[in-house]
Ligand binder design. Structure first.
Ligand SMILES: Cc1ncc(COP(=O)(O)O)c(C=O)c1O
Length: 395
């Protein structure tokens, strides 16, 4: 029978990251040893104190639907965290608990974008911010994040992209895939623009804890006039190494939360009850578990950045946040897609072509350093060997 799927779905492109991953897994099934740097997935186990809280919740029989908005204790814990760590005065009524930040993106964009609305989105960026607006019939209009600008936003360019159809603006800091962290000056400029042009701001802060060199994460909602127009999106996947638990949240004025809750109800009803209980513990009983992981990431980053910059023809900035290095391959003269394919076939190293994250990513490869130090060393050595072979014309 012919497939009778909606035309709307034709607007969604499958994840380019998963495509690399699937090919790498198929190679492994054929007995090849591939080194994985493609997924944005911490390699640490979830800290023990969080797992124990989840087991306890299950043993307590915490196995039923919670309020759609989320368990009140978790909403309170999230609000307290936002007050204490992010300097924004949220209360529990302003928090919606979601199934990962991915659902938070979907609920937020569904709630604010009408067909034909424009939304300003960084280029390059994590693809959901391009795909979900398209699914909704809205138009993602990209603004550049450039290496030569240290991946800060060019405020003049951003301003030039605003039209009477622009409804919202997305920022992701620290950023996937560049690892860039927006500084206060840039954030203040964005805030002025948002207030002046009456734009909503969607701030993805999933990597806020993964930050290096003493850099500080600043929540844009904490700047004057911004809380009322900002959706702060965050979750537990990256900081607490809980990607499989699927838990996140949106913080926004409560009138917006009520609207988001309508789509959330129809979409997922609520996040899993026992996972919500464990998330309360993650926030309230954390000692130095996250800081230790961050210290380890920073060492791995230093190792990977040094090794990549030592390869003739490759270069990268040292990322201030997240766990990606964005490798500049422009001088080699090959496309990102070709180079990623070549390195996978030749060196058995899985990296993501930068153009997967938008046209601004062309000429780059994304390498995740959420991998063990030995894997990073071995991976960089394999990359160096394959690049040399290419330059020597032995391919
Ligand atoms: C910028 C960004 N936001 C959100 C997510 C997804 O978060 P979650 O696992 O909470 O859905 C990712 C995952 O890679 C990401 O890179």
């Amino acid at each position: 029978m012919e497939l009778r799927t909606s035309k709307r779905m034709d607007r969604l492109v499958p994840s380019g990251i998963r495509k690399v991953n699937e090919k790498a897994l198929a190679m492994e099934r054929n007995g090849e040893k591939v080194l994985h740097f493609e997924l944005g997935r911490p390699d640490f186990d979830t800290p023990e104190y969080i797992k124990k809280a989840c087991i306890l919740a299950l043993e307590d029989g915490d196995v039923f639907y919670t309020s759609n908005l989320g368990n009140m204790e978790l909403r309170q814990a999230v609000a307290e965290k936002l007050v204490k760590e992010n300097n924004v005065n949220y209360c529990a009524d302003e928090i919606l608990v979601t199934v990962g930040l991915s659902e938070a993106v979907f609920d937020t964009l569904c709630s604010v974008l009408d067909e034909g609305d424009e939304i300003l989105v960084p280029d390059p960026v994590w693809m959901n911010y391009l795909n979900v607006p398209k699914l909704l019939g809205a138009v993602p209009v990209t603004y550049s994040l450039r290496e030569e600008n240290n991946y800060q936003i060019d405020l003049e360019e951003l301003r030039s992209k605003v039209t009477e159809k622009t409804k919202a603006l997305v920022i992701v800091t620290p950023n996937n895939p560049t690892g860039g962290v927006l500084n206060r000056k840039t954030l203040e400029g964005i805030a002025r623009l948002a207030v002046g042009e009456n734009l909503l701001v969607i701030a993805d802060e999933i990597y806020e804890r993964l930050i290096y060199d003493g850099e500080k994460h600043i929540s844009i909602a904490s700047l004057p006039g911004m809380k009322e127009r900002t959706f702060t999106l965050n979750g537990f996947s990256k900081a607490y190494s809980m990607t499989g638990w699927r838990i996140g949240y949106v913080a926004a004025p409560k009138e917006y939360i009520a609207v988001l809750n309508k789509i959330h109800q129809h979409n997922t009803t609520c996040a899993p009850s026992f996972v919500q209980r464990a998330a309360v513990t993650a926030l309230r009983e954390e000692n130095n578990e996250v800081d230790e992981m961050v210290r380890e990431y920073e060492e791995r980053r230093n190792c990977a950045v040094k090794a990549i910059n030592a390869v003739p023809g490759l270069s990268c900035l040292s990322p201030k946040g997240a766990f990606y290095i964005f490798i500049n391959i422009k001088s080699l003269g090959y496309s990102s897609a070709w180079m990623a394919e070549y390195l996978l076939n030749e060196a058995k190293v899985a990296l993501v072509p930068g153009d997967v994250f938008g046209p601004g990513g062309e000429g780059y490869l994304r390498m995740s350093f959420a991998a063990g130090m030995e894997t990073i060393r071995e991976g960089c050595a394999r990359i160096a060997g394959a690049v040399k072979k290419l330059q020597d014309g032995n391919v």
